[in-house]
Write a protein that binds this ligand. Structure first.
Ligand SMILES: *[C@@H]1O[C@H](CO)[C@@H](O)[C@H](O)[C@H]1NC(C)=O
Length: 401
Protein backbone atom coordinates (compact mmCIF):
# COMPACT_ATOMS: atom_id res chain seq x y z
CA UNK A 1 0.00 0.00 0.00
CA UNK A 2 1.48 3.40 -0.87
CA UNK A 3 2.23 5.67 2.05
CA UNK A 4 -0.56 8.06 1.16
CA UNK A 5 -3.02 5.20 1.58
CA UNK A 6 -1.58 4.33 4.93
CA UNK A 7 -1.77 7.94 5.99
CA UNK A 8 -5.46 7.80 5.21
CA UNK A 9 -5.80 4.72 7.36
CA UNK A 10 -4.02 6.34 10.23
CA UNK A 11 -6.28 9.34 10.00
CA UNK A 12 -9.25 7.03 9.86
CA UNK A 13 -8.07 5.14 12.93
CA UNK A 14 -7.40 8.31 14.89
CA UNK A 15 -10.74 9.82 14.00
CA UNK A 16 -12.69 6.67 14.69
CA UNK A 17 -12.71 6.75 18.49
CA UNK A 18 -14.45 10.13 18.43
CA UNK A 19 -17.49 8.76 16.70
CA UNK A 20 -19.66 8.04 19.72
CA UNK A 21 -20.27 5.85 22.68
CA UNK A 22 -21.07 2.67 20.80
CA UNK A 23 -17.53 2.78 19.56
CA UNK A 24 -16.26 2.33 23.10
CA UNK A 25 -14.62 -1.02 22.47
CA UNK A 26 -12.96 0.30 19.39
CA UNK A 27 -11.69 3.22 21.38
CA UNK A 28 -10.22 0.89 23.96
CA UNK A 29 -8.55 -1.06 21.23
CA UNK A 30 -7.29 2.15 19.73
CA UNK A 31 -5.74 3.23 23.00
CA UNK A 32 -4.30 -0.19 23.47
CA UNK A 33 -2.77 -0.05 20.04
CA UNK A 34 -1.42 3.39 20.78
CA UNK A 35 0.18 2.19 23.97
CA UNK A 36 1.55 -0.81 22.14
CA UNK A 37 2.94 1.51 19.50
CA UNK A 38 4.66 3.69 22.08
CA UNK A 39 5.95 0.66 23.89
CA UNK A 40 7.24 -0.76 20.65
CA UNK A 41 9.02 2.44 19.95
CA UNK A 42 10.55 2.43 23.37
CA UNK A 43 11.59 -1.19 22.96
CA UNK A 44 12.97 -0.40 19.58
CA UNK A 45 15.10 2.42 20.93
CA UNK A 46 16.26 0.33 23.80
CA UNK A 47 17.29 -2.50 21.53
CA UNK A 48 19.02 0.01 19.28
CA UNK A 49 21.08 1.15 22.26
CA UNK A 50 21.91 -2.41 23.21
CA UNK A 51 23.07 -3.10 19.73
CA UNK A 52 24.94 0.20 19.63
CA UNK A 53 28.28 -1.47 20.06
CA UNK A 54 27.70 -3.30 16.84
CA UNK A 55 26.80 -0.45 14.58
CA UNK A 56 29.11 -1.71 11.87
CA UNK A 57 27.00 -4.82 11.64
CA UNK A 58 23.85 -2.84 11.33
CA UNK A 59 20.56 -4.27 10.22
CA UNK A 60 21.01 -2.75 6.81
CA UNK A 61 24.28 -4.46 6.18
CA UNK A 62 22.84 -7.74 7.47
CA UNK A 63 19.99 -7.50 5.06
CA UNK A 64 22.30 -6.43 2.31
CA UNK A 65 24.52 -9.44 2.86
CA UNK A 66 21.62 -11.83 2.95
CA UNK A 67 20.24 -10.25 -0.17
CA UNK A 68 23.57 -10.53 -1.99
CA UNK A 69 24.11 -14.13 -1.09
CA UNK A 70 20.59 -15.28 -1.58
CA UNK A 71 19.66 -13.66 -4.81
CA UNK A 72 22.46 -11.76 -6.41
CA UNK A 73 21.12 -8.64 -8.12
CA UNK A 74 20.17 -6.25 -5.35
CA UNK A 75 20.38 -3.14 -7.49
CA UNK A 76 16.88 -3.91 -8.62
CA UNK A 77 15.73 -3.92 -5.06
CA UNK A 78 17.52 -0.66 -4.37
CA UNK A 79 15.84 0.97 -7.33
CA UNK A 80 12.43 -0.29 -6.30
CA UNK A 81 13.05 0.99 -2.80
CA UNK A 82 14.15 4.40 -4.00
CA UNK A 83 11.04 4.64 -6.08
CA UNK A 84 8.81 3.52 -3.25
CA UNK A 85 10.36 6.08 -0.96
CA UNK A 86 9.68 8.79 -3.51
CA UNK A 87 6.06 7.73 -3.68
CA UNK A 88 5.83 7.63 0.06
CA UNK A 89 7.19 11.13 0.31
CA UNK A 90 3.72 12.48 -0.42
CA UNK A 91 2.22 11.11 2.78
CA UNK A 92 5.01 12.31 4.97
CA UNK A 93 3.66 15.75 5.82
CA UNK A 94 0.47 14.54 7.47
CA UNK A 95 2.18 11.89 9.47
CA UNK A 96 5.38 13.27 10.68
CA UNK A 97 5.02 15.88 13.31
CA UNK A 98 7.14 13.48 15.30
CA UNK A 99 10.65 12.66 14.32
CA UNK A 100 9.95 8.94 14.04
CA UNK A 101 11.70 7.11 11.34
CA UNK A 102 9.41 6.54 8.40
CA UNK A 103 9.77 2.79 7.95
CA UNK A 104 9.08 2.17 11.62
CA UNK A 105 6.01 4.33 11.58
CA UNK A 106 4.82 2.67 8.40
CA UNK A 107 5.11 -0.68 10.09
CA UNK A 108 3.34 0.51 13.19
CA UNK A 109 0.44 1.83 11.20
CA UNK A 110 0.06 -1.30 9.14
CA UNK A 111 0.45 -3.59 12.16
CA UNK A 112 -2.02 -1.50 14.06
CA UNK A 113 -4.58 -1.28 11.31
CA UNK A 114 -4.20 -4.94 10.49
CA UNK A 115 -4.63 -5.91 14.11
CA UNK A 116 -8.27 -4.95 13.62
CA UNK A 117 -8.40 -7.76 11.09
CA UNK A 118 -9.67 -5.53 8.29
CA UNK A 119 -6.60 -5.49 6.22
CA UNK A 120 -6.48 -8.66 4.17
CA UNK A 121 -7.97 -12.11 4.54
CA UNK A 122 -4.90 -13.18 6.48
CA UNK A 123 -5.20 -10.14 8.74
CA UNK A 124 -1.86 -8.79 7.54
CA UNK A 125 -1.33 -7.74 3.94
CA UNK A 126 2.29 -8.80 4.02
CA UNK A 127 1.32 -12.40 4.71
CA UNK A 128 -0.19 -14.35 1.80
CA UNK A 129 0.06 -17.99 2.97
CA UNK A 130 -0.60 -19.37 -0.50
CA UNK A 131 -0.33 -23.10 0.14
CA UNK A 132 -1.77 -23.94 -3.28
CA UNK A 133 0.95 -21.85 -4.90
CA UNK A 134 3.62 -23.49 -2.75
CA UNK A 135 2.38 -26.95 -3.71
CA UNK A 136 2.25 -26.07 -7.40
CA UNK A 137 5.76 -24.69 -7.37
CA UNK A 138 7.20 -27.57 -5.38
CA UNK A 139 5.66 -30.01 -7.86
CA UNK A 140 6.89 -28.11 -10.86
CA UNK A 141 10.30 -26.82 -9.85
CA UNK A 142 11.75 -29.02 -7.13
CA UNK A 143 13.30 -32.10 -8.67
CA UNK A 144 13.99 -35.49 -7.12
CA UNK A 145 12.82 -34.62 -3.60
CA UNK A 146 9.63 -36.56 -2.92
CA UNK A 147 10.24 -36.62 0.85
CA UNK A 148 11.11 -32.94 1.28
CA UNK A 149 8.13 -31.91 -0.83
CA UNK A 150 5.69 -33.96 1.20
CA UNK A 151 7.06 -33.09 4.63
CA UNK A 152 7.34 -29.36 3.99
CA UNK A 153 3.83 -29.09 2.63
CA UNK A 154 2.30 -31.14 5.40
CA UNK A 155 4.21 -29.29 8.11
CA UNK A 156 3.51 -25.79 6.85
CA UNK A 157 -0.12 -26.42 6.03
CA UNK A 158 -0.78 -28.08 9.38
CA UNK A 159 0.94 -25.26 11.21
CA UNK A 160 -0.88 -22.46 9.40
CA UNK A 161 -4.22 -24.14 9.93
CA UNK A 162 -3.68 -24.47 13.67
CA UNK A 163 -5.46 -21.56 15.34
CA UNK A 164 -3.10 -21.47 18.34
CA UNK A 165 0.11 -23.37 17.79
CA UNK A 166 1.85 -24.56 20.94
CA UNK A 167 5.24 -23.56 19.69
CA UNK A 168 6.95 -22.01 16.70
CA UNK A 169 7.37 -24.35 13.73
CA UNK A 170 10.94 -25.59 13.35
CA UNK A 171 12.13 -27.45 10.27
CA UNK A 172 15.64 -28.75 9.82
CA UNK A 173 16.70 -29.27 6.19
CA UNK A 174 19.52 -31.73 5.59
CA UNK A 175 21.42 -32.75 2.50
CA UNK A 176 24.36 -32.01 0.25
CA UNK A 177 24.69 -28.58 -1.25
CA UNK A 178 22.75 -27.95 -4.45
CA UNK A 179 19.96 -30.38 -3.57
CA UNK A 180 17.34 -27.66 -3.07
CA UNK A 181 17.41 -26.61 0.59
CA UNK A 182 17.78 -22.91 -0.16
CA UNK A 183 15.39 -23.23 -3.05
CA UNK A 184 12.61 -24.64 -0.87
CA UNK A 185 13.25 -22.01 1.80
CA UNK A 186 12.93 -19.34 -0.86
CA UNK A 187 9.74 -20.86 -2.24
CA UNK A 188 8.28 -20.83 1.25
CA UNK A 189 9.15 -17.16 1.64
CA UNK A 190 7.64 -16.39 -1.77
CA UNK A 191 4.36 -18.16 -1.14
CA UNK A 192 3.84 -17.20 2.47
CA UNK A 193 4.79 -13.53 2.07
CA UNK A 194 3.83 -10.94 -0.49
CA UNK A 195 7.42 -9.69 -0.81
CA UNK A 196 9.16 -13.08 -0.58
CA UNK A 197 12.66 -13.08 0.88
CA UNK A 198 12.63 -9.28 0.83
CA UNK A 199 9.64 -9.18 3.18
CA UNK A 200 9.98 -7.44 6.52
CA UNK A 201 8.65 -10.67 7.96
CA UNK A 202 11.52 -12.79 6.60
CA UNK A 203 15.01 -12.74 8.10
CA UNK A 204 17.92 -14.73 6.74
CA UNK A 205 21.00 -15.48 8.78
CA UNK A 206 24.08 -17.04 7.23
CA UNK A 207 26.38 -18.40 9.90
CA UNK A 208 29.73 -17.56 8.37
CA UNK A 209 28.68 -14.03 7.40
CA UNK A 210 26.49 -12.93 10.25
CA UNK A 211 28.31 -14.69 13.06
CA UNK A 212 31.84 -15.17 11.73
CA UNK A 213 34.00 -14.58 14.79
CA UNK A 214 33.67 -16.68 17.97
CA UNK A 215 35.18 -13.74 19.86
CA UNK A 216 32.00 -11.69 19.35
CA UNK A 217 29.54 -14.43 20.22
CA UNK A 218 28.13 -12.44 23.15
CA UNK A 219 27.40 -9.57 20.84
CA UNK A 220 25.87 -11.78 18.15
CA UNK A 221 23.62 -13.34 20.77
CA UNK A 222 22.17 -9.96 21.70
CA UNK A 223 21.82 -8.96 18.07
CA UNK A 224 20.09 -12.19 17.15
CA UNK A 225 17.66 -11.97 20.05
CA UNK A 226 16.92 -8.35 19.18
CA UNK A 227 16.35 -9.16 15.54
CA UNK A 228 13.96 -11.94 16.38
CA UNK A 229 11.90 -10.02 18.90
CA UNK A 230 11.86 -6.89 16.76
CA UNK A 231 10.74 -8.85 13.71
CA UNK A 232 8.01 -10.79 15.50
CA UNK A 233 6.79 -7.60 17.16
CA UNK A 234 6.09 -6.12 13.76
CA UNK A 235 5.04 -9.32 12.06
CA UNK A 236 3.50 -12.05 14.13
CA UNK A 237 4.04 -14.75 11.54
CA UNK A 238 7.72 -14.29 10.83
CA UNK A 239 10.05 -16.62 8.94
CA UNK A 240 13.63 -17.03 10.13
CA UNK A 241 16.07 -18.86 7.90
CA UNK A 242 19.41 -20.05 9.23
CA UNK A 243 21.67 -20.99 6.36
CA UNK A 244 24.72 -23.15 7.14
CA UNK A 245 23.08 -24.04 10.42
CA UNK A 246 25.68 -26.72 11.07
CA UNK A 247 28.14 -23.88 11.74
CA UNK A 248 25.97 -22.11 14.33
CA UNK A 249 27.77 -21.69 17.63
CA UNK A 250 26.20 -23.41 20.64
CA UNK A 251 25.82 -20.04 22.40
CA UNK A 252 23.62 -18.83 19.57
CA UNK A 253 21.55 -21.98 19.64
CA UNK A 254 21.03 -21.52 23.34
CA UNK A 255 19.96 -17.95 22.66
CA UNK A 256 17.45 -19.30 20.16
CA UNK A 257 15.88 -21.86 22.44
CA UNK A 258 13.38 -19.60 24.22
CA UNK A 259 11.92 -18.59 20.85
CA UNK A 260 11.37 -22.10 19.56
CA UNK A 261 10.38 -23.74 22.84
CA UNK A 262 6.84 -24.26 24.10
CA UNK A 263 6.64 -21.44 26.59
CA UNK A 264 10.20 -20.45 27.24
CA UNK A 265 9.98 -16.80 26.29
CA UNK A 266 9.70 -14.30 29.06
CA UNK A 267 8.67 -11.11 27.29
CA UNK A 268 5.15 -10.27 26.21
CA UNK A 269 5.65 -11.15 22.56
CA UNK A 270 4.13 -14.37 21.23
CA UNK A 271 6.66 -16.25 19.13
CA UNK A 272 4.49 -19.28 18.53
CA UNK A 273 3.31 -18.22 15.09
CA UNK A 274 6.86 -17.95 13.75
CA UNK A 275 8.62 -20.41 11.49
CA UNK A 276 12.29 -21.30 11.88
CA UNK A 277 14.20 -23.06 9.11
CA UNK A 278 17.64 -24.54 9.65
CA UNK A 279 19.56 -25.41 6.50
CA UNK A 280 22.46 -27.75 7.01
CA UNK A 281 24.82 -30.03 5.10
CA UNK A 282 24.89 -32.27 8.17
CA UNK A 283 23.49 -35.73 7.60
CA UNK A 284 24.12 -35.41 3.86
CA UNK A 285 26.41 -38.42 3.75
CA UNK A 286 24.00 -40.78 5.46
CA UNK A 287 21.15 -39.61 3.24
CA UNK A 288 23.32 -40.32 0.22
CA UNK A 289 24.27 -43.73 1.52
CA UNK A 290 20.64 -44.71 1.91
CA UNK A 291 19.89 -43.44 -1.59
CA UNK A 292 22.84 -45.40 -3.00
CA UNK A 293 21.76 -48.57 -1.17
CA UNK A 294 18.32 -48.30 -2.72
CA UNK A 295 19.78 -47.83 -6.16
CA UNK A 296 22.11 -50.78 -5.75
CA UNK A 297 19.20 -52.92 -4.59
CA UNK A 298 17.37 -51.95 -7.77
CA UNK A 299 14.70 -49.97 -5.92
CA UNK A 300 13.36 -46.62 -7.08
CA UNK A 301 14.37 -43.64 -4.95
CA UNK A 302 10.71 -42.76 -4.59
CA UNK A 303 10.36 -45.92 -2.54
CA UNK A 304 12.54 -44.46 0.20
CA UNK A 305 10.16 -43.69 3.06
CA UNK A 306 10.68 -41.17 5.80
CA UNK A 307 10.21 -43.83 8.49
CA UNK A 308 13.10 -45.75 7.01
CA UNK A 309 15.43 -42.82 6.34
CA UNK A 310 14.67 -40.91 9.54
CA UNK A 311 16.08 -43.53 11.89
CA UNK A 312 19.46 -43.31 10.14
CA UNK A 313 19.39 -39.56 9.77
CA UNK A 314 18.43 -38.95 13.37
CA UNK A 315 21.13 -41.26 14.68
CA UNK A 316 23.74 -39.72 12.42
CA UNK A 317 22.84 -36.20 13.54
CA UNK A 318 22.75 -37.06 17.22
CA UNK A 319 26.13 -38.77 16.98
CA UNK A 320 27.70 -35.84 15.16
CA UNK A 321 29.54 -33.20 17.15
CA UNK A 322 27.74 -30.22 15.57
CA UNK A 323 26.21 -27.94 18.15
CA UNK A 324 23.20 -27.51 15.86
CA UNK A 325 21.93 -30.87 17.00
CA UNK A 326 21.23 -29.71 20.52
CA UNK A 327 17.88 -28.45 19.27
CA UNK A 328 17.18 -31.92 17.94
CA UNK A 329 18.31 -33.48 21.20
CA UNK A 330 15.90 -31.36 23.13
CA UNK A 331 13.03 -32.17 20.79
CA UNK A 332 12.80 -28.59 19.58
CA UNK A 333 12.95 -29.60 15.92
CA UNK A 334 9.48 -30.51 14.70
CA UNK A 335 10.43 -31.99 11.35
CA UNK A 336 13.64 -33.32 9.83
CA UNK A 337 13.57 -32.74 6.10
CA UNK A 338 15.99 -34.87 4.05
CA UNK A 339 17.16 -33.77 0.61
CA UNK A 340 18.30 -36.68 -1.53
CA UNK A 341 21.36 -36.47 -3.80
CA UNK A 342 20.45 -35.55 -7.37
CA UNK A 343 20.98 -37.78 -10.37
CA UNK A 344 21.88 -36.96 -13.95
CA UNK A 345 18.29 -36.55 -15.16
CA UNK A 346 17.51 -34.19 -12.27
CA UNK A 347 20.40 -31.97 -13.29
CA UNK A 348 18.97 -31.90 -16.80
CA UNK A 349 15.63 -30.76 -15.40
CA UNK A 350 17.39 -27.96 -13.52
CA UNK A 351 19.12 -26.93 -16.74
CA UNK A 352 15.77 -26.95 -18.55
CA UNK A 353 14.27 -24.72 -15.83
CA UNK A 354 17.18 -22.34 -16.14
CA UNK A 355 16.68 -21.99 -19.91
CA UNK A 356 12.93 -21.57 -19.49
CA UNK A 357 13.35 -18.98 -16.73
CA UNK A 358 15.39 -16.85 -19.09
CA UNK A 359 13.13 -17.46 -22.06
CA UNK A 360 15.95 -19.09 -24.01
CA UNK A 361 15.91 -21.82 -26.65
CA UNK A 362 17.33 -25.24 -25.81
CA UNK A 363 17.51 -28.78 -27.10
CA UNK A 364 17.78 -32.13 -25.36
CA UNK A 365 21.37 -32.26 -26.56
CA UNK A 366 22.22 -28.96 -24.90
CA UNK A 367 20.68 -30.12 -21.64
CA UNK A 368 22.93 -33.19 -21.80
CA UNK A 369 25.95 -31.00 -22.42
CA UNK A 370 25.17 -28.89 -19.38
CA UNK A 371 24.59 -31.94 -17.19
CA UNK A 372 27.88 -33.45 -18.33
CA UNK A 373 29.81 -30.49 -16.95
CA UNK A 374 28.91 -31.64 -13.43
CA UNK A 375 31.01 -34.10 -11.44
CA UNK A 376 29.25 -37.34 -10.56
CA UNK A 377 30.08 -39.59 -7.61
CA UNK A 378 30.89 -42.17 -6.29
CA UNK A 379 33.79 -42.87 -8.60
CA UNK A 380 32.49 -46.18 -9.94
CA UNK A 381 28.76 -45.58 -10.10
CA UNK A 382 28.89 -41.91 -11.14
CA UNK A 383 25.33 -41.65 -9.92
CA UNK A 384 24.97 -38.43 -7.96
CA UNK A 385 25.90 -34.90 -8.87
CA UNK A 386 28.45 -33.78 -6.30
CA UNK A 387 27.16 -30.21 -6.51
CA UNK A 388 23.53 -31.11 -7.07
CA UNK A 389 22.00 -28.42 -9.26
CA UNK A 390 24.24 -25.72 -7.84
CA UNK A 391 25.47 -23.18 -10.42
CA UNK A 392 23.58 -24.95 -13.23
CA UNK A 393 21.87 -21.68 -14.11
CA UNK A 394 25.30 -20.04 -14.57
CA UNK A 395 26.60 -22.97 -16.55
CA UNK A 396 23.97 -22.62 -19.23
CA UNK A 397 25.71 -19.42 -20.33
CA UNK A 398 28.35 -21.52 -22.06
CA UNK A 399 25.75 -23.35 -24.12
CA UNK A 400 23.45 -20.61 -25.36
CA UNK A 401 22.15 -21.33 -28.84
C1 LIG B 1 -1.41 -18.70 -5.25
O1 LIG B 1 -0.37 -19.03 -6.14
C2 LIG B 1 -0.81 -19.46 -7.41
C3 LIG B 1 0.40 -19.91 -8.17
O2 LIG B 1 1.50 -19.07 -8.04
C4 LIG B 1 -1.56 -18.32 -8.09
O3 LIG B 1 -2.02 -18.73 -9.35
C5 LIG B 1 -2.74 -17.92 -7.23
O4 LIG B 1 -3.37 -16.80 -7.78
C6 LIG B 1 -2.26 -17.58 -5.82
N1 LIG B 1 -3.42 -17.37 -4.98
C7 LIG B 1 -3.54 -16.29 -4.24
C8 LIG B 1 -4.76 -16.26 -3.38
O5 LIG B 1 -2.74 -15.39 -4.25
Amino acid sequence: MPMAGRAGLLYFCLAFPLMGAQQQTRQDRGEEAERAALLSRWQYERSQKQAGAAQDLSRTSWNFLACQLWQGGCEEEEEARAQREEEEEGGRGILLQQEWKLPILTELVSTWYCSFGRCCTTGDCRVTNNITGLELDLNKRLHGQHLAKEIVLKAVQGFLETPQPEKALTLSFHGWSGTGKNFVARLMAEHLYRDGVKSDCVKIFISVFHFPDPKYMDLYKVQLANQISETVQFCEQSLFIFDEAEKLHSDLLNALKPYVDHYGNTDKIDYRRSIFLFLSNGGGNIINKVALDFWQAGQAREEITMEYLEQYLRKDLLDAPDAHNCLLQENLIDFLVPFLPLEYHHVKLCARDAFLARGLQFTEEVLDKVARTMVFVPKEEKLFSAQGCKSVSQRINDFLL
